[in-house]
Design a protein around this ligand. Structure first.
Ligand SMILES: [Zn+2]
Length: 842
């Protein structure tokens, strides 16, 4: 007995001295059927993270949200036992670094915070598999170097950033798992079935959503990100199989100009550690090529404007188990191993540069104040006089990005045409911690040193949301803004002004300029409430006197509706917190009376789209998201059935997103044409619009590939051929145009001005058909971002939106994607009108 207990004591003493959790089970032991080339599902990884969390005091699992499909979003903090015990305190102290007005901290004793993010693209799983192995390594190792890392850093592992896409991909490749796997590049597992798993539930690219934050995962992630503001965010991805391993810095000339020079130097310093690690392992890699650091909505760029370093690392894709590549056989096990090398090098580098990184972050926010003081612009005013929804969304987005926005307390006359009214306007001073982010969000830059862009060239949120905005040069005198910034918790109540609907009204009116009303119309129609739309402006009589209402106003009249329906409408008004006007009589002092045929009944749209593998999955996803989350309509996705007919007669609208419509069979084309002829509304965008022109469904001609290419002079050396293609491309640029607000597709707008986002070269030319072309690009259309002069010439004065009668139906064509990344509200209005108001066009 005595001997036994002595062994016991020795045993405990020895594991204590080596770290008490030396026996943490590895992923290889934890999963009974573990194979180095097998893909784990999300729930398996989640189980392992929970197991680690319970088994060691050197880690803490933080759940910061849920994916759209209800999978938990996790961060596993790994550090020393002492740091984990004091994690909140460390986090709060670290926050002080980003407060330019706080007392300066001595970096000597502060841990560096490193966020390691994996699988934001669901079909890039190697990083997540590497991460759990590294987690185990760090927590079961007692080497002095590892102990130093844990003592001096807090490592935040976001092992699976996109669990919905990740699981879909894991199930796909696991279905092909073989003892003797094929490595052939054409093996079916390498051509993912439709829909592919890169995006999240709605097929959104989460690595473009850091700025617009339309998706549940991004909202939760950016909120958590700001709690930590890591010194380094390393974002691990996968790229084409024939590549090797990439890590940033990317192309120097293509770094966002708001990124400070010192960030570039530190990134270079860190990359030396990764280079050395790959050299030591005799593995191929490259840097300073292909990828850039310009669009701030990416995981590797957003941190650059937060005093951190965003670093992109990319491993060549091995697809499922293995694949033959230009560099030989690439197995999943090798991919995972390369990612482990990348992860370890990042941890080593961040620890070595700990003090420099912390000091840099502290200086970054202080410098922002100095830069703001020197800036000739002191801030921006934004306003949305009629669209409460856009304004609320804008305020919430600014708050999510920690940008302080102040309600105006007085009206401000900016110029002859523009007044910012106190109740609908906000002031965003540049002199605040987020100076650089604000500059980026309101940028209207059109001149750039380098013309090659990996992603979009502008992302101005005020333009996207259709807000009036104005930059104030010099100090902002003469107007009082509220001392307290807008705060979602404090202001939520003041925004809720419920409408008092009177009993004896002749009807109720919803202003179509307000997005809240646009997003409730489906619910009203679905509840069998009869709805009319005024096709012309009129003066209505309200209990407070007569008032002008624009064309597009939505009317719920007593004469059309039963008592029950009116009660139902009142319930919806309070449920969705809508602002309805009471109209005391159907007789109007000016414009059509409410019983006129200019006030027309509308119906609930029944919408389908074509979901073929040759249609842009992300653009169908945007349409689906818009219908499901915004305007509350079901979407039927019709598959590309070659032999059976589509049930088109069950639908009022068919939406064709960008795609290769030459793939349609003659029978399919005839079916669509017949359906349109019999009254259907066909909505086409981008290359679907070109197809519609070829099929004579619209009368607009278009610029051919040859027309588009001919003005470009090929006066580049072969070595610089990429520059030639960059001039031809439109990577993502904002243009201005005009839409007729008296046309049903223009309803709900206060002025003709529209800001269009374009990332393709589909150019529709004007028709001679009167009133067919509803929106046109301006003669001088470039507003923000880069586009070559040749492309400006192509685009100016061409058609952005057109409408054509075909038999009893109609075709509505957009030259661009009106729902770009789910946040370009200014053009989304036109699409929403196409769904509800197409039948009003005569
Ligand atoms: Zn990726």
């Amino acid at each position: 007995m005595k001997r036994f207990s002595r062994i016991f004591v020795v045993f405990f003493a020895s594991i204590y001295s080596y770290g008490i959790f030396a026996n943490l089970t590895s992923p290889e032991q934890y999963f009974p059927s573990y194979q180095a080339d097998k893909h784990l599902r999300f729930d398996q990884i989640a189980n392992y993270l929970n197991y680690v969390d319970k088994s060691t005091a050197k880690s803490k699992l933080i759940q910061f949200g849920w994916s759209e499909e209800g999978r938990p979003l996790y961060l596993l903090a790994v550090s020393s036992k002492k740091n984990i015990e004091n994690l909140d305190e460390i986090r709060i102290r670290h926050e002080q670094l980003s407060n330019p007005y706080a007392t300066r901290l001595n970096s000597h004793n502060l841990p560096v915070i490193v966020w390691l993010s994996f699988a934001s693209h669901g079909d890039e799983p190697s990083g997540a598999h590497a991460a759990i192995k590294i987690i185990h390594y760090l927590l079961s190792n007692n080497q002095p170097e590892v102990n130093n890392w844990l003592n001096n850093s807090v490592l935040l592992f976001e092992v699976v950033a996109n669990p919905d896409g990740f699981d879909q991909y894991a199930n796909w490749v696991s279905g092909f798992y073989s003892d003797y796997p094929s490595s052939h590049a054409q093996h079916a597992k390498n051509t993912q079935k439709w829909p592919k798993s890169r995006g999240n539930h709605y097929w959104f690219d989460l690595n473009r959503d850091w700025l617009p934050q339309t998706q549940a995962e991004s909202k939760a992630r950016v909120l958590e990100y700001h709690k930590w503001k890591p010194n380094v965010l390393a974002d691990f991805h996968e790229m084409q199989s024939n590549q090797s391993y990439f890590f940033q810095p990317g192309v120097k000339a293509r770094i966002n100009p708001l990124t400070p020079e010192q960030n570039i130097d530190l990134t270079k310093d860190l990359s030396n550690y990764t280079a050395r690690a790959f050299d030591q392992a005799s593995k191929l890699y490259y840097s300073e090529e292909n990828f850039d650091d310009f669009y701030i909505g990416k995981g590797s760029t957003y941190p650059d404007l937060q005093g951190g370093l965003g670093i992109l690392l990319e491993q060549a894709q091995s697809q499922g188990q293995q694949i033959q590549t230009q560099n030989g056989l690439l197995t999943f096990a090798q991919s995972v191993e390369n990612q482990m090398t990348g992860i370890t090098s990042m941890i080593r580098a961040a620890n070595a540069k700990r003090k420099a990184l912390i000091d840099f972050q502290q200086d970054f926010f202080r410098n922002n104040i100095t830069l703001a003081q020197k800036d000739k612009v002191s801030g921006y005013l934004v306003q949305s006089q009629y669209d409460e929804h856009s304004l609320e969304q804008f305020l919430q987005l600014m708050s999510a990005h920690q940008i302080k926005v102040y309600p105006l307390e007085q009206d401000y006359q900016a110029n002859d045409q523009l007044v910012f009214y106190k109740n609908t306007s906000y002031w965003i001073p540049l002199q605040q911690a987020q100076y650089r982010l604000i500059k980026s969000i309101f940028s209207r830059q059109t001149e750039f040193n380098d013309h090659t862009f990996y992603d979009v060239t502008n992302w101005n949120i005020a333009l996207a949301y259709g807000l009036q905005h104005y930059s104030i040069e010099g100090r902002f005198f003469g107007v009082k803004a509220h001392e307290q910034p807008w705060d979602i918790n404090r202001h939520a109540k003041t925004l809720q002004k419920t409408t008092n609907l009177t009993e004896n009204a002749a009807g109720y009116l919803l202003d179509w300029r307000n997005g809240k009303n646009r997003f409730a119309l489906s619910e009203i129609l679905r509840n069998n409430i009869k709805v009319r739309v005024a096709k012309a402006q009129f003066k209505g009589v309200t209990p407070n006197g007569s008032k002008s209402f624009p064309a597009g106003s939505v009317l719920i009249l007593r004469a059309d509706n039963t008592k029950q329906a009116v009660t139902q409408f009142k319930n919806l008004v309070s449920q969705y917190n809508l602002r309805a006007h009471n109209l005391t009589t159907a007789h109007t002092p000016d414009g059509p009376d409410l019983g006129s045929d200019k006030v027309q009944l509308i119906e609930l749209p029944k919408v389908a789209t074509l979901a073929a593998p040759w249609v842009s999955q992300s653009e169908i996803g945007e349409f689906w998201y818009w219908l499901d989350k915004k305007i509350k309509l079901p979407l039927t996705m019709l598959a590309d059935t070659r032999h059976t007919k589509w049930p088109l007669n069950d639908f009022t609208h068919l939406y064709l997103a960008d795609g290769q419509y030459q793939n349609l069979t003659t029978q399919q084309i005839d079916q669509i044409k017949t359906w349109v002829d019999q009254g259907g509304t066909l909505i086409v965008t981008k290359r679907a619009a070109i197809w519609a022109s070829q099929q004579q469904l619209i009368k607009n001609d278009y610029l051919s590939e040859r027309d588009l290419s001919s003005p470009f002079k090929q006066n580049y050396d072969y070595a610089n051929k990429e520059s030639f293609y960059s001039e031809m491309r439109i990577s993502g640029t904002v243009f201005k145009g005009a839409i007729d607000p008296t046309h049903p597709l223009g309803f709900g707008r206060t002025t003709p001005l529209v800001h269009l986002f374009r990332n393709d070269r589909v150019v529709l030319l004007e028709t001679s058909t009167p009133f067919a072309d509803v929106a046109l690009y301006d003669n001088d259309p470039l507003t923000a971002g880069y586009v070559s002069p040749e492309n400006i010439n192509h685009i100016k004065n061409t058609v952005a939106l057109t409408h054509h009668k075909v038999g009893s139906g109609r075709v509505i064509a957009f030259s661009d994607n009106p729902l770009f990344r789910g946040y370009w509200f200014d053009t989304a209005k036109m699409l929403t009108n196409s769904l509800f108001f197409a039948e009003l066009i005569d």
